[in-house]
Design a protein around this ligand. Sequence first.
Ligand code: PLP
Length: 394
Amino acid sequence: MKTLYFDNNATTQVAQEVLDSMLPYFREFYGNPSSMHTFGGQIYRKIEEAREQVALLIGSDPDEIIFTSCGTESNNTAIMSAIETNPTKKHVITTKVEHPAVLNFCKHLSRKGYRVTYLPVDSKGRLEIDSLLQVIDDDLALVSIMHANNETGVIFPIEKIGHILKERKVVFHTDAVQIVGKLPINVKDLPVDMLTLSGHKIHAPKGIGALYVRKGTRFYPYLIGGHQENGRRAGTENVAFIIGLGKACEIAAKSIQKEVGFVKHLRDKLENSLLSNCPDASINGDKENRLPNTSNISFEFVEGEAILLLLNEYGICASSGSACTSGSLEPSHVLRAMGVRNTAIHGSVRFSLSRYNQEREVDKVIEVMPEIIKNLRLISPFGQERLTGKGYAS
Ligand code: PLP
């Protein structure tokens, strides 16, 4: 059975060109980029080329890019760097809807005695700037706010927030893992000090990421050891994966304008059809300000996990809540923060598309979903409650 993959916010297929670019670095060019000999030295130059490719995608200078092992490491590094370089400040601001790579790190900081403010979002998943203005104080070491949410695709006003924080000289980090490669961004227009990206969301492999650190930002390394990455991230470079990330960024930079329209067309077709043909379905998140590839839909009075299992029988991959938390049936912290009703949270499914989706794949989902929802409602106790108009307590 062919896999119909609609879970690209969880991870993406490695592009063939990316894989091809990486392969020589496992067996042919396996030298250590720090070595004195030409065999190693040539690899150093290739890493610098990859740095240029990443920089080009986000509009930075190459020497503002640090390669890391993943988005999680980039997020941890950014937060820890701000803490280390502002030793007298004990307040951190983030939001209630961050990825666990930020949220759980902030919880760790709370246990170490830091004061963490978690900004709320409204029912459409939007951040209210006023709530940020109210909590900025002189004790602030860092603000870390994601650029786009992984579950709903809602985009936060990072440019506006950045201007506010720059005026107040507060360090600002954004987790841009979900927006990089999906929409054009340029750090020249974004007043952020640090920005996280991750390879496996943009058709590079899992286990490679990068952190942008604006020139002049005080920085303290997270991994301490050798002098790699200009002393900003120790550890022998993951050469093949760095080359792959560079290639993925090069492809994204060239094709992003065209792909935004293509992916949005497919997403909108899927979403509009499901909303029309499945009763009691609604979008989670601000429709006007979302990633073009993401659709988070609640099918009330059914279990999202049951929907996923039945979709799976057709080879269709989607997600309920974020992939990183889907091992447990804890309701999504993002939808909870938005105040979504319990009956809707439990029936939420996220479809996330990429350049590799095809119209006929979307047509297949459109064909099977209404029947799946109808059948599940017939057997689900929640569906029965829908019929009797009771619902269940939220
Ligand atoms: N931040 C966001 C918004 C994400 O969606 C993810 C992954 O799902 C991460 C960070 C973590 O990235 P990685 O899997 O590369 O550690």
